[in-house]
Ligand binder design. Sequence first.
Ligand SMILES: Cc1cc2nc3c(=O)[nH]c(=O)nc-3n(C[C@H](O)[C@H](O)[C@H](O)COP(=O)(O)OP(=O)(O)OC[C@H]3O[C@@H](n4cnc5c(N)ncnc54)[C@H](O)[C@@H]3O)c2cc1C
Length: 557
Amino acid sequence: MPFGEFRFPSMLGAFDARRIPVLQTDVLVIGAGIAGATAALRAADTGASVLCIAKTEFDEANTAWAQGGVAAALRADDSPGRHAKDTLLVGSGLSSPSTVDLVVSRAPAIVGWLQTLGARFDRANDGDLALGREGGHSTHRVVHANGDATGKEIQRALALALKSHPRIISKIGPFVRDLLVQDDRCVGAVVLDGDRELAVHAKAVILATGGAGQIYRETTNPSGASGDGHALAFRAGAELMDLEFVQFHPTVLYIAGASRFLISEVVRGAGAVLRDRAGERLMIGVHPDEELAPRDVVSRAILDRMVATNDTHVYLDLSGVEGDPHQRFPSISRICRAFDIDIARDPIPVRPGAHYMVGGARTDHDGRTSLPGLWAAGEAAATGLHGANRLASNSLLEGAVFGATAGESAARETSRGSLPHHEVEAGDPEQAAMLQLDDVLYSLKSLMWRQVGLGRNRAGLAEAVERIGLWQRYVRRAHATTRRACELLNMLTTSALVATAALTREESRGTHFRSDFPSRDDARWCRNLCLHRDRDDRIAVQPTPLRQPSDRTQELP
Ligand SMILES: Cc1cc2nc3c(=O)[nH]c(=O)nc-3n(C[C@H](O)[C@H](O)[C@H](O)COP(=O)(O)OP(=O)(O)OC[C@H]3O[C@@H](n4cnc5c(N)ncnc54)[C@H](O)[C@@H]3O)c2cc1C
């Protein structure tokens, strides 16, 4: 069904392949976080020539910011079946069981592969890998590095492997502006490299552009997480899924002037508790698992208490943590110390922030999207693993598992068309000169936080859909072609997709909470919402029955 008044023609108005330099490669990988780097390495190992492009430095990808770790059933008393069961439970009935089985059964091998690349994970006294436990996991199964700096170590190892692979060219800095589509097949991309434009012509394109936390005022994500891949896939005509599910992390450092640094769940797992300004614990009586309840439950409890106490945040109290918190959580200790907070003594001011995009380009088990020639992996993809909510530490795992299958599958692809040509469509320079991009950006982030955040309802969502549509129309009219303007357009597109999906789903499930439909409604909504661009360039929403029922409770071996 067509929805709203959005129109999303390609941004390729000014592209003419005859006039700009053209690069050729077998596989173009967009993104160099865990999904993109893994895809590039596996495609190259399969024999393809690979060009891997990332707009940000390696240490600015979400991957490098990950703290807790990678989930894998490695203990004798654990099994992939148990890991699957925990994943399905948190997914609230919308996960694809076959995807879950595939991912959890490959998890131990993925940890081993990362080690062969040189990633050094923490070890226990007996020499085995040390395994942490996080909310939603029924046992210890989270592999970590340097305490709370797992992502940095994984990204370090991946970056070294990328740079040294003879069949991979990696370029840090260029920005992929749009995908090239010809005869309903993705055949490459247009890239902004400083002031110049390039076309990359590829047999296969892998989208691994990460998340979109930056569409919200409060987020744990680095500045590059602007949902570019979601918007690129949508404009190119690929199907997206599960966009209404945005995971909010309950405990993000909240100090004016400090970036929104995540205080990992592991800290609550180690015994830290949440208190309000009067020192009262706020999770008691809310959920049997108290501070380790699912993230959406803790996030909403914090928000409710902030409203009740008329405060901008609550406090995380580490005084009950066993051992020296400075040694156990060195990164958190360092950041807090910079703001005069001694985590062993002072409670840490925290509030929720947007953390993880469950939805993305819909993919199959090979990472293929619905658009031939285009694969997706990592946070830009929707594989069906997470359902309506993500189990902690399953996303690095998912990025590596599907990065690998997408890389291998794309490398086997052989067909290649010719480069498409586009007519020039002029922008309106007067409109471009009048446009204050930052103003639109901050208005968008505030709107998304207020109306499409933790608590949603029809009136707020409808307002968001309408306003984003308006902003999108006049930003587009200016036809701005700088990276900043393109990112803003991508953020508007991704926000429109999230708001539209959230308005459509009239129930509460997983991360998606509607105050006007506060219960889960399996009869109507036990299905995924798929979105695509219709012939009039508008968002069409298609509720899709689950491929398999996902309420399985028995364990795999
Ligand atoms: C603070 C924090 C803590 C986390 N902790 C954990 C954890 O403990 N365990 C866990 O499993 N998950 C965790 N996550 C989530 C996890 O880190 C991400 O889901 C995962 O790293 C996503 O990997 P990715 O490869 O899909 O994207 P990213 O790592 O974000 O990489 C995206 C890449 O795409 C590039 N890119 C984007 N747009 C463009 C464009 N237009 N042109 C060119 N390049 C582009 C970027 O430069 C980057 O290289 C955490 C996330 C955050 C923010």
